[in-house]
Design a protein around this ligand. Structure first.
Ligand SMILES: [Zn+2]
Length: 433
């Protein structure tokens, strides 16, 4: 700086002002610690581990430093719980005295319960004195729940703390080219989210049989993070699915149920498909041949070609009116739902319900087979209304309760905001492909 100032005197006046301004700026920059210097300073305060993410510390208050200096400097030993372990065995392996265990259990009383219900594979961290006396235990009961035991004078104190879960929104979109499972995996979705979508929209869409190439979907869902790490997928917030030109929307309400944009429940008395889409290799078989005659012809039911052993679900709550066998139907189950509806499931390899039994929607009632008059394994499914065979898709079915009137306006506003975001994201993603 001194050298620079000497040179300035020799320069013309205009230049002098410019150079003075530049050197003032330089001086200011030199006096302000750079971001790099700041980061280096902060990193001394915390032991950083490779592969972990840490928040960028902009300004470190002085208090935590003072506090951590006052805390005793424990050396921690980790013990993994083995099958057949007791707290006594763990203490012994950790070279902790039996007296410490006795004292701890005495002073904690009922509060020690979580420590006596350990499962194999879990880990406990122990801090001990040279004498073998227990100083502290740290036990992560789950990713978000921590139990700490600390020696306090002659007794022990137990504290439980929850680590906050950070919910982040995630978006995905996909197009069907073989089946829904593959499309979901290609879109980067976890099994939980793929199944979640199929469960939410399974009342309107037959994921096993009626998807077509070019059908598309988009989903907005939560991912749960703890300390910067993804621990699990969370709730589906909104989903849209276009099946054969028709679009179905579902939005999660604060009650945990899903509703359409206008507040009607997506839940209905019947599932569209009595078999899981996961067992169907292709949702759209262009040749829907009758399995016996080998000709394409309309018949009174829907045939789901699936491997022997594929679970068959009751499509609605009801009572089994017949679980039996005949040479034509093979093993079959008939279910009555209320006064009007009957569903029939034919050619089963196995029946898992008996006549007169009550069943719940989605309950497994049998397994796909090839019994009766058939040429190959499949489920023949019939849907009758007042004794007449009907297409469940075109029949008006009873729905679960809509969003309560008092919450409807708020729900609609939230639903339209979420669906608008979902659709604009979907357009952007599809345009990029
Ligand atoms: Zn059939």
């Amino acid at each position: 700086m001194l050298i620079m100032l000497q040179h300035i005197r020799a320069l013309p006046k205009g230049h002098k002002i410019l150079v003075t301004a530049i050197s003032a700026l330089l001086a200011l920059m030199l006096l302000t610690p750079s971001e790099k210097a700041q980061a280096t300073r902060d990193s001394h305060l915390k032991k950083l581990e490779v592969g972990q993410r840490y928040p960028l510390l902009v300004d470190m208050p002085a208090e935590p430093l003072v506090e951590s200096e006052q805390k005793p400097n424990y050396v921690w030993h980790t013990q993994q719980v083995r099958s057949g372990d007791s707290l006594a065995k763990l203490f012994s392996r950790a070279k902790l005295s039996a007296r410490s265990l006795h004292n701890m259990l005495q002073s904690l009383g009922d509060k020690a319960k979580p420590l006596t219900e350990l499962r194999p594979g879990e880990q406990l961290e122990f801090a001990r004195a040279a004498s073998g006396e227990l100083l502290a235990i740290r036990y992560a009961q789950s990713r978000t729940h921590i139990i700490d035991v600390v020696k306090d004078g002659d007794s022990y104190q137990l504290t439980e703390s929850n680590i906050a879960i950070d919910h982040r929104e995630q978006f995905a979109t996909g197009t069907i080219s073989s089946n829904f499972w593959n499309a979901g995996v290609s879109a980067g979705l976890s099994p939980a989210i793929i199944d979640g979508i199929a469960n939410i929209l399974g009342y309107d869409i037959d994921f096993a049989l009626e998807l077509r190439r070019g059908d598309s979907f988009a989903v907005l869902y939560e991912q749960n993070y703890v300390g910067g790490d993804l621990i699990a997928d969370g709730n589906i917030l909104a989903v849209t699915f276009t099946n054969q030109g028709e679009t179905y929307n579902a939005v999660r309400h604060s009650d945990g149920n899903y509703y359409t944009a206008n507040g009607s429940s997506v839940r209905k008395a019947f599932l569209r498909s009595p078999v899981s889409y996961k067992y169907i290799s292709s949702s759209f078989n262009p040749r829907r041949l009758h399995p016996v005659t080998g000709r394409v012809r309309p018949h009174n039911g829907i045939d789901y070609a699936a491997a022997v052993g594929t679970p068959v679900y009751a499509s609605g709550d009801g009572r089994v009116i017949k679980s039996g066998y005949s040479s034509l139907n093979g093993n079959y189950v008939f279910i009555k739902h209320g006064e009007q509806f009957v569903t029939k499931y034919l050619h089963l390899s196995k029946r898992l319900v008996t006549s007169g039994q009550k069943v719940r929607q989605g309950q497994t009632i049998g397994k796909v087979g090839a019994t009766g008059r058939v040429t190959g394994p499949h489920l023949h499914y019939e849907f009758l209304v007042n004794g007449v065979h009907r297409n469940p898709r075109t029949v008006k079915l009873p729905e679960a309760a809509p969003v309560p009137k008092a919450q409807l306006a708020a729900f609609k506003a939230q639903a339209s905001e979420l669906l608008a975001r979902l659709n604009s994201q979907k357009r952007i993603m599809l345009a990029m492909k």
